[in-house]
Design a protein around this ligand. Structure first.
Ligand code: ATR
Length: 281
């Protein structure tokens, strides 16, 4: 029951009405029987600073931040975690007695999702990352944290964006840009789609021009979770590859944020089934 002492967590974005976060977090809150509620707020870019001041004034315990505010919100916060600083984006704010701390749990979500679903002790040495947008930033950060990953090839429609991303984040010359030769594809064992190509309702599209580079020993990760199986994943399975969708990344970034706000580890099973029910509707 919501009452006079219920603590409030929110998500700000624009648009925000289709976000799965309230469903997932409120399911975890109900499961634990703790006195919190999670709500979504549509905040226009020109109202962002007021929304953050409002968060302070209202004593909200935390927020998630989504598109288009993940970068611009940083200027209004008191402290930015080293990880969020390196990624250049905040997706989680913790209100620590009036001090607002910006975190980024997306890289953690990505890491956790591939580690758990594949039970990989190590990532392969050559990786291809499709896309160079907001999601690609945190994935690239996560990949660069793994010393075993020697080559990360970024392929993006707008080459300038992938160049900028590589210049900003690649300090050790491990990032390569543009298409790969046949020989280079042969050593790629992990292919990640971080573009929005294939996302509902554009379900017939695939971000990969030539599927024939997919091999049975490849892991193909699509960070899309709507649909749960994208065109890219279907093709990958036809070629015998293992696939992972974006559900794990979504749930694990959320679970980490939940822990930052409440100090309690939520049930990822409960959060996952809440999202699955939500997707079915
Ligand atoms: P997100 O925060 O979800 O990553 P984004 O920052 O808008 O969203 O990034 C979307 C990514 O999908 C970008 O890499 C984008 O390519 P561009 O940099 O060229 O815009 C990619 N993308 C979106 N629609 C695409 C399309 N039709 N074909 C190829 N790439 C596309």
């Amino acid at each position: 029951m919501i009452n006079g002492s219920t603590k409030v967590i929110g998500v700000i974005g624009d648009p925000v009405e289709h976000t799965a976060s309230p469903t997932m977090h409120n399911a975890a809150i109900r499961d634990l029987g703790i006195d919190y509620v999670y709500v979504a707020f549509r905040v226009r870019s020109d109202e962002l600073s007021k929304a953050i001041e409002g968060m302070r004034a209202l004593g909200m315990v935390g927020m998630n931040v989504t598109v288009p505010h993940k970068k611009s919100v940083m200027q209004y916060l008191d402290v930015i975690s080293p990880e969020a600083q390196a990624i250049g984006a905040v997706n989680t704010i913790v209100n620590n007695n009036g001090k607002l701390i910006g975190h980024n749990t997306d890289a953690y979500g990505f890491d956790k999702s591939i580690d758990l679903e594949r039970r990989l002790a190590k990532l392969p040495s050559a990786v291809v990352l499709l896309g160079a947008g907001g999601a690609a930033r945190s994935i690239l950060y996560a990949l660069l944290q793994r010393p075993e990953v020697e080559r990360i090839h970024i392929i993006n429609r707008t080459v300038k964006k992938s160049e900028a991303l590589a210049n900003e984040m690649d300090k050790e010359g491990r990032v390569y840009l543009g298409s790969l030769s046949e020989g280079e594809w042969d050593s790629v064992e992990l292919l990640i789609n971080s573009t929005s190509v294939g996302l509902f309702p554009d379900m017939a599209s695939s971000p990969l021009r030539d599927d024939s580079i997919i091999r049975p020993d490849m892991l193909v990760v699509d960070i899309i979770y709507k649909p749960l199986k994208t065109q890219l994943m279907m093709k990958a399975e036809e070629y015998g590859a293992t696939t992972i969708n974006g559900l794990g990344m979504l749930v694990w970034q959320g679970a980490r944020a939940f822990e930052l706000w409440t100090g309690i580890q939520p049930s990822v099973e409960i959060m996952t089934s809440a999202i699955l029910r939500n997707l079915e509707q």
